[in-house]
Design a protein around this ligand. Sequence first.
Ligand code: BEZ
Length: 206
Amino acid sequence: MAKMKLYYSPASPYARKVRVVAIETGLDKKIDMVNVALSPVTPNADVDKHNPIGKIPVLSVKGMDLFDSPVICEYLDTQHKGRKLFPRKGRDRWVALRQQAMGDGLLDAALLARYEGFLRPEERRWADWSKGQMKKIDGVLGQLEAETKALKGKPTIGTISVACALGYLDFRFPTFDWRAKHPKLAKWFTATGKTASIKATVPPPG
Ligand code: BEZ
């Protein structure tokens, strides 16, 4: 099979999900990594050619461009013979997909807060907007704290998504002490952070 190509940025938490899945499934050796720089106000022409939404991650495979992270992760999970990260059926599947939705939802809010507080010119920033996004993040963290038990066990797309979301909070919101109010989740994340695939994909400083 021709090598797959992943357009990514080391800082992107959505691309991190894909990179973790690639490592967990052993497919990382079959993927050429293309490191791209972009933001909502500085698009990347190469990415635009592969994704009409102009976002990473994008996986080019067999003449097809796949996006976004849930689609790419599920595709990769069909391309290996090991234990599936997307449980095939039953309650386990919905638990994992729901966890993925919480992780991705937290990330969507975190990205919007990050853009508001970092990318938007200072004089145009809207405090209530950022507050609204932080409320969503708090909501997800509270729910995950109540459901930490369901995160335990072998990795799934759900636990990978949650780990990448918490990692992004630490990366871009270092003064936001989410651990104080969510001790069970914090303990789970400390243990999960020791997994080789999570360790290998920690975003570099900057
Ligand atoms: C970041 O630098 O925070 C970032 C970069 C790419 C995608 C999403 C976030």
